[in-house]
Design a protein around this ligand. Structure first.
Ligand code: SF4
Length: 419
């Protein structure tokens, strides 16, 4: 059995749900276009910080992704492989992160893409990660993390950044009298920056908890303890969201089903369809308190449903049997020209009017803004264009109590009259 690898980016999972390390074994990693885009953005950011350049200096350069690593394209052939062009949008987002890091690094020591090892803190050999940026200040160590995704991540209690901070303390602790670590997550695409200042004592306390979890996982991994579902599996939105085992995890399935439709003795013997139908019908009659609890776990239920759908599809594609389901031919796709050039020639030869032949559509305000940024629309022209941009107010939307936006004042009587 290969030994468990305690990766910082999965620490939110293995610390909250130690059993996930066992459950995920043997399930291959899957790369996604989103992950590759994040790799490209990180590469651009590190190149800028290391070379003292700005992101727009690399406009229209092509970043190739090979086996999860990013590098600049050196030939036209590269452009046929998977990769990303540095466009204005990527350059602007990455520049926001670069500016923030540079402003903190001014007068301090900056390390980019710094490998940090935290093995001694968690009691496992070869435990390391690569922090996007580490800044050594007089009394604090800063860890900056660029996240290019759109799912909001908070720095408060963030296990990944805490492990990086421990690694940085282990490596650079001798160079200063550090009392705290500043952990910063930058999410320029959603305009989100989250920061936590954590004392060195609290970091050590976190390390102690992480070490206990590691010992528990290692005992199972090395066959010194039995895998006990109840002690080791702990479903929750944060840890389950990206867990590779979520489609097959018995604890998650049970948690979802119990939340939706109450306690079950044995999921395999109850009639899930009937139970779920009844559960759906009873939703409007629930107390508000229970509705709130259910609403909070909807993301977890949705992500579990998606995982089940993906697993069933994959198994059927692999030729496996799944009770009650089979693969069939789907609906035919949308019609398209087999050769757009030929179709254009044929239609032209029929002397059709331009407006009959082409779908002309006005560009969107977003694309007009891109033209302004590229200098195609001048500043004076832009003020005219900008005055024509309208944006409807956002519709009332449900948010958690912790959301920074103030709660809307709702007047049910007026709302009713307006209907
Ligand atoms: S799906 Fe959730 S509960 Fe199951 S192993 Fe993964 S993280 Fe743990």
């Amino acid at each position: 059995m290969s030994h468990a690898k305690f990766s910082p980016s999965a620490a939110h999972r293995w610390i909250a749900c130690p059993g996930s390390m066992v459950m995920e074994k043997g399930i291959p990693n899957t790369s996604s276009a989103h992950a590759d885009e994040g790799t490209a953005a990180h590469f651009l950011a590190s190149e800028c910080l290391e070379q003292g350049r700005n992101a727009t200096d690399f406009l229209n350069c092509f970043i190739v992704i090979k086996k999860g690593n990013a590098l600049w394209s050196t030939s036209d052939e590269d452009k046929l492989s998977s990769g990303f062009n540095v466009d204005l949008e990527m350059a602007e987002y990455v520049q926001k992160y670069i500016d923030a890091v540079r402003s903190q690094a001014d007068g301090n020591e900056l390390m980019v893409e710094q490998r940090v090892e935290f093995s001694e803190f968690i009691g496992s050999e070869n435990a390391f990660g690569t922090a996007d940026a580490i800044i050594i200040c007089q009394s604090e160590i800063q860890v900056h993390d660029l996240k290019y995704g759109r799912t909001k991540v908070d720095a408060q209690g963030n296990e990944q950044l805490r492990l990086y901070a421990l690694g940085a303390l282990s490596q650079f602790g001798l160079f200063g009298d550090f009392t705290q670590a500043r952990l910063v997550i930058h999410q320029p695409r959603i305009g989100h920056v989250s920061e936590e200042v954590v004392s060195v004592e609290d970091l050590y306390e976190f390390a102690h908890r992480a070490k206990n979890t590691v010992q528990m996982i290692k005992a199972v991994d090395e066959g010194k303890a039995l895998f006990n579902e109840q002690d080791l599996l702990n479903p929750g939105e944060k840890q389950c969201h990206w867990c590779k085992a979520k489609a097959t995890c018995p604890a998650l399935t049970k948690a979802v089903m119990t939340t939706i439709a109450g306690e079950f003795d044995d999921l395999s013997t109850c009639d899930l369809e009937v139970e779920l139908k009844q559960a759906v019908e009873s939703v409007p009659n629930h107390e508000n308190q229970l509705l709130g609890k259910l609403y909070a776990v909807l993301p977890l239920i949705e992500s579990w449903s998606k995982a089940v759908a993906v697993a069933v599809t994959e198994k059927l594609h692999n030729g496996e049997k799944v009770l009650g389901f089979k693969l069939v031919q789907g609906r035919a796709g949308n019609r398209s020209w087999s050769s757009a050039e030929e179709a254009e020639q044929v239609l032209k030869s029929m002397r059709l009017k331009v407006e009959d032949m082409y779908d002309l559509k006005l560009i969107s305000p977003t694309n007009a803004e891109k033209l302004q940024k590229a200098g195609t629309i001048g500043p004076r022209q832009w003020s005219k264009v900008e005055s024509l941009i309208a944006r409807p107010e956002g519709k009332p939307t449900v948010a958690p109590e912790s959301d920074k936006r103030p709660a809307l004042e709702v007047n049910p009587l007026n709302d009713f009259e307006n209907c």
